[in-house]
Ligand binder design. Structure first.
Ligand SMILES: [Ca+2]
Ligand SMILES: [Ca+2]
Ligand SMILES: [Ca+2]
Length: 195
Protein backbone atom coordinates (compact mmCIF):
# COMPACT_ATOMS: atom_id res chain seq x y z
CA UNK A 1 0.00 0.00 0.00
CA UNK A 2 2.77 2.43 0.87
CA UNK A 3 4.06 2.39 -2.70
CA UNK A 4 0.74 2.29 -4.52
CA UNK A 5 0.34 4.91 -7.23
CA UNK A 6 -2.33 6.62 -5.16
CA UNK A 7 -0.08 6.86 -2.14
CA UNK A 8 2.88 8.09 -4.20
CA UNK A 9 0.84 10.95 -5.63
CA UNK A 10 -0.43 11.78 -2.15
CA UNK A 11 3.17 11.88 -0.98
CA UNK A 12 4.18 14.31 -3.72
CA UNK A 13 1.33 16.66 -2.86
CA UNK A 14 1.88 16.54 0.85
CA UNK A 15 5.68 16.66 0.99
CA UNK A 16 6.72 18.49 -2.17
CA UNK A 17 3.92 20.92 -3.06
CA UNK A 18 1.73 21.61 -0.03
CA UNK A 19 4.35 23.60 1.83
CA UNK A 20 1.94 25.20 4.31
CA UNK A 21 0.44 21.78 4.97
CA UNK A 22 -3.22 22.81 4.84
CA UNK A 23 -4.29 19.91 2.62
CA UNK A 24 -4.60 21.73 -0.71
CA UNK A 25 -2.44 23.73 -3.10
CA UNK A 26 -2.84 27.40 -3.77
CA UNK A 27 -0.73 30.40 -4.67
CA UNK A 28 0.74 30.67 -1.19
CA UNK A 29 2.41 27.24 -1.42
CA UNK A 30 4.26 28.45 -4.49
CA UNK A 31 5.28 31.71 -2.79
CA UNK A 32 6.70 29.59 0.05
CA UNK A 33 8.45 27.33 -2.47
CA UNK A 34 10.06 30.37 -4.09
CA UNK A 35 11.50 31.50 -0.77
CA UNK A 36 12.58 27.95 0.11
CA UNK A 37 14.38 27.53 -3.20
CA UNK A 38 16.06 30.93 -2.73
CA UNK A 39 17.37 30.08 0.72
CA UNK A 40 18.40 26.52 -0.17
CA UNK A 41 20.16 27.77 -3.30
CA UNK A 42 22.03 30.36 -1.22
CA UNK A 43 22.87 27.81 1.51
CA UNK A 44 21.04 30.00 4.01
CA UNK A 45 22.00 33.34 2.49
CA UNK A 46 19.17 35.55 1.26
CA UNK A 47 19.37 37.35 -2.07
CA UNK A 48 16.58 39.61 -3.25
CA UNK A 49 17.37 39.17 -6.93
CA UNK A 50 17.47 35.39 -6.54
CA UNK A 51 14.09 35.55 -4.77
CA UNK A 52 12.65 37.51 -7.69
CA UNK A 53 13.89 34.86 -10.12
CA UNK A 54 12.35 32.03 -8.13
CA UNK A 55 9.12 33.99 -7.61
CA UNK A 56 8.87 34.37 -11.34
CA UNK A 57 9.41 30.62 -11.86
CA UNK A 58 7.06 29.55 -9.08
CA UNK A 59 4.24 31.94 -9.95
CA UNK A 60 4.20 30.85 -13.57
CA UNK A 61 4.34 27.28 -12.31
CA UNK A 62 1.33 27.93 -10.12
CA UNK A 63 -0.60 29.46 -13.01
CA UNK A 64 0.15 26.50 -15.27
CA UNK A 65 -0.65 23.91 -12.66
CA UNK A 66 -3.89 25.70 -11.77
CA UNK A 67 -4.77 25.65 -15.44
CA UNK A 68 -4.26 21.86 -15.54
CA UNK A 69 -5.62 20.82 -12.18
CA UNK A 70 -8.00 23.40 -10.70
CA UNK A 71 -10.99 21.84 -12.38
CA UNK A 72 -13.67 23.72 -10.46
CA UNK A 73 -11.75 27.04 -10.65
CA UNK A 74 -11.94 27.90 -6.96
CA UNK A 75 -8.29 28.96 -6.73
CA UNK A 76 -7.30 25.77 -4.90
CA UNK A 77 -6.10 22.40 -6.06
CA UNK A 78 -7.48 19.64 -3.88
CA UNK A 79 -5.80 16.26 -3.51
CA UNK A 80 -8.46 14.74 -5.76
CA UNK A 81 -8.01 17.40 -8.44
CA UNK A 82 -4.24 16.92 -8.38
CA UNK A 83 -4.59 13.17 -8.74
CA UNK A 84 -6.95 13.57 -11.64
CA UNK A 85 -4.49 15.91 -13.38
CA UNK A 86 -1.57 13.52 -12.80
CA UNK A 87 -3.70 10.70 -14.15
CA UNK A 88 -4.39 12.71 -17.31
CA UNK A 89 -0.98 14.32 -17.87
CA UNK A 90 1.59 11.94 -16.41
CA UNK A 91 0.45 8.33 -16.21
CA UNK A 92 2.09 6.24 -18.90
CA UNK A 93 4.23 9.14 -20.10
CA UNK A 94 7.92 9.88 -20.09
CA UNK A 95 9.41 13.03 -18.56
CA UNK A 96 9.70 14.65 -21.99
CA UNK A 97 5.94 14.31 -22.44
CA UNK A 98 5.04 15.88 -19.10
CA UNK A 99 3.55 19.41 -19.03
CA UNK A 100 6.20 22.13 -18.90
CA UNK A 101 5.17 23.18 -15.40
CA UNK A 102 5.68 19.67 -14.02
CA UNK A 103 9.08 19.43 -15.69
CA UNK A 104 10.26 22.73 -14.22
CA UNK A 105 9.12 21.67 -10.78
CA UNK A 106 11.10 18.43 -11.09
CA UNK A 107 14.23 20.27 -12.20
CA UNK A 108 13.96 22.80 -9.37
CA UNK A 109 13.57 19.94 -6.95
CA UNK A 110 16.73 18.30 -8.26
CA UNK A 111 18.64 21.54 -7.66
CA UNK A 112 17.42 21.66 -4.08
CA UNK A 113 18.56 18.09 -3.37
CA UNK A 114 21.93 18.50 -5.13
CA UNK A 115 23.27 20.80 -2.45
CA UNK A 116 26.88 20.96 -3.66
CA UNK A 117 25.73 21.75 -7.22
CA UNK A 118 27.92 19.12 -8.88
CA UNK A 119 25.05 17.73 -10.94
CA UNK A 120 24.82 14.41 -9.06
CA UNK A 121 22.64 13.47 -6.09
CA UNK A 122 24.97 11.48 -3.86
CA UNK A 123 24.06 9.24 -0.93
CA UNK A 124 24.63 11.97 1.67
CA UNK A 125 22.45 14.48 -0.21
CA UNK A 126 19.70 11.91 -0.62
CA UNK A 127 19.88 11.06 3.08
CA UNK A 128 19.79 14.73 4.11
CA UNK A 129 16.76 15.44 1.94
CA UNK A 130 14.78 12.45 3.26
CA UNK A 131 15.51 13.20 6.89
CA UNK A 132 14.56 16.86 6.58
CA UNK A 133 11.39 16.19 4.64
CA UNK A 134 9.50 13.67 6.74
CA UNK A 135 9.55 11.70 9.98
CA UNK A 136 11.89 8.75 9.81
CA UNK A 137 13.71 6.81 12.53
CA UNK A 138 15.78 4.32 10.55
CA UNK A 139 18.74 5.49 8.48
CA UNK A 140 19.30 2.03 7.00
CA UNK A 141 15.90 2.19 5.33
CA UNK A 142 16.95 5.49 3.73
CA UNK A 143 20.30 4.15 2.51
CA UNK A 144 18.62 1.00 1.26
CA UNK A 145 16.10 3.05 -0.73
CA UNK A 146 18.93 5.01 -2.36
CA UNK A 147 20.77 1.82 -3.19
CA UNK A 148 17.73 0.32 -4.90
CA UNK A 149 17.39 3.38 -7.14
CA UNK A 150 20.84 3.09 -8.63
CA UNK A 151 21.68 1.37 -11.89
CA UNK A 152 25.25 0.20 -12.60
CA UNK A 153 25.85 3.43 -14.52
CA UNK A 154 24.54 5.47 -11.58
CA UNK A 155 26.96 3.66 -9.30
CA UNK A 156 29.88 4.50 -11.57
CA UNK A 157 28.80 8.15 -11.56
CA UNK A 158 28.38 8.19 -7.80
CA UNK A 159 24.62 8.84 -7.75
CA UNK A 160 21.73 10.29 -9.75
CA UNK A 161 22.27 12.83 -12.51
CA UNK A 162 19.51 15.23 -13.55
CA UNK A 163 18.44 13.07 -16.49
CA UNK A 164 18.18 9.99 -14.30
CA UNK A 165 16.27 11.99 -11.67
CA UNK A 166 13.84 13.17 -14.37
CA UNK A 167 13.35 9.62 -15.60
CA UNK A 168 12.77 8.24 -12.09
CA UNK A 169 10.49 11.11 -11.07
CA UNK A 170 8.39 10.55 -14.20
CA UNK A 171 8.04 6.88 -13.27
CA UNK A 172 7.26 7.72 -9.65
CA UNK A 173 4.22 9.69 -10.82
CA UNK A 174 3.46 7.95 -14.07
CA UNK A 175 4.12 4.24 -13.59
CA UNK A 176 1.46 2.45 -11.54
CA UNK A 177 3.72 -0.65 -11.26
CA UNK A 178 4.71 -1.07 -7.62
CA UNK A 179 7.80 -3.08 -8.57
CA UNK A 180 9.61 -0.33 -10.49
CA UNK A 181 12.68 0.95 -8.62
CA UNK A 182 11.55 4.59 -9.01
CA UNK A 183 9.17 4.10 -6.07
CA UNK A 184 12.20 4.71 -3.80
CA UNK A 185 12.96 8.15 -5.20
CA UNK A 186 11.96 9.98 -2.02
CA UNK A 187 13.10 7.29 0.39
CA UNK A 188 11.06 4.75 2.30
CA UNK A 189 7.39 5.72 2.18
CA UNK A 190 4.80 4.81 4.72
CA UNK A 191 1.08 5.18 4.33
CA UNK A 192 -0.19 8.68 4.66
CA UNK A 193 -3.44 9.90 5.89
CA UNK A 194 -4.38 13.04 4.01
CA UNK A 195 -7.70 13.65 5.67
CA1 LIG B 1 -1.31 24.46 0.83
CA1 LIG C 1 -10.24 23.44 -7.19
CA1 LIG D 1 25.77 16.63 -5.42
Amino acid sequence: MAYSWDNRVSFVIKYLYDVDNNGYLDERDFACLALRATIVDGKGEFSHSRLQEYQHIMMSLWEEIAELADFNKDGKISVEEFKQAVQQCCVGRRYEEFPQSMKMFIDTNFKMVDMNDDGVIEADEFRFNCIMRFAIDDVEAVDDAFDRLLSDDDRRRGGLTLSRYQELYAQFLGNPDENCCAIYLFGPLSEFSLE
